[in-house]
Write a protein that binds this ligand. Structure first.
Ligand code: PGA
Length: 248
């Protein structure tokens, strides 16, 4: 049995005050969480998150990472900097990074490698656009996204990673994939990995992301290959986030 993980992705949200309140609320309700719990915060708040969560059971990390170690890369944040603030996770390849900031599969693979190099667990996001689903190429898209990482880092690298399947049409839209639709893609991803390495396929946590909330988390997490969720909107209020952590 794989442990379930619920990870929050705060995106471009929060302030010192709101984060203090949010984390106090989550810490307060943690005894009822059935899943492992993590939060991914805007870079600038990571020192605060580190201070507030050190010694707790809640993991934390960044929403992206530079593929570079150091040097003339204005505005970037490296894996060693994230480690300096005790981060455990780094999201890579989120669809908003891909669509709004031009990150290609190869960039995502390099970021995945940078996270691993510094001992961070990459949360690798994959998922198709609505038109790709409608064109019947969901599996092809997800395969291409995974293959870029596997080609660079090897299949075994996925055993130190988390995969998040996030259909782009379900992100922030209130339109969740049905448990069956999500399970189908999760099973495809696991089977694809199993063709190369069954032990890695058994071990890797595959989270679902896209409009998960307290009302649908239970049935999603009950599916065989869904090992938790990556949560955007519903991770910004302690009560909503905890309702998801109590599922599974
Ligand atoms: P959402 O976002 O839960 O607001 O749909 C999920 C994500 O983008 O990771």
């Amino acid at each position: 049995m794989r442990q379930t993980l619920v990870a929050g992705n705060w995106k471009l949200n929060g302030s010192k005050e709101s984060i203090k309140e949010l984390l106090a609320g989550i810490l307060d309700g943690m005894s009822e969480a059935k899943t492992d719990v993590a939060v991914c915060a805007p870079y600038i708040y990571l020192p605060l998150v580190d201070e507030l969560l050190s010694g707790s059971k809640i993991g934390y990390g960044s929403e992206s990472i530079s593929e570079h170690d150091s040097g003339a890369f204005t505005g970037e944040i490296s894996g060693s900097m994230l480690k300096d603030f005790n981060c455990q996770y780094a999201i890579v390849g989120h669809s908003e990074r891909r669509s709004l900031f031009g990150e290609k599969d190869a960039d995502t693979a390099n970021k995945f490698a940078a996270a691993r190099k510094y001992g961070l667990t990459p949360i690798l996001c994959v998922g198709e656009l609505l038109e790709e689903r409608e064109a019947g190429i969901t599996e092809e898209v997800v395969s291409r996204q995974l293959d870029a990482v596997i080609a660079l880092e090897g299949i075994a690298a996925l055993s130190d990673a988390v995969i998040a399947y996030e259909p782009v049409w379900a992100i922030g839209t209130g339109k969740t994939a049905s448990p069956e639709q999500a399970q189908e893609v999760h099973a495809f991803i696991r089977a694809k990995i199993a063709k190369r390495d069954t032990a890695v396929a058994e071990k890797v946590q595959i989270l679902y992301g896209g409009s998960v909330n307290g009302g649908n988390a239970d049935e999603l997490f009950a599916m065989e290959d869904i090992d938790g969720g990556l949560i955007g909107g519903a991770s910004l209020k302690a009560e909503d986030f905890l309702a998801i952590c109590k599922a599974g």
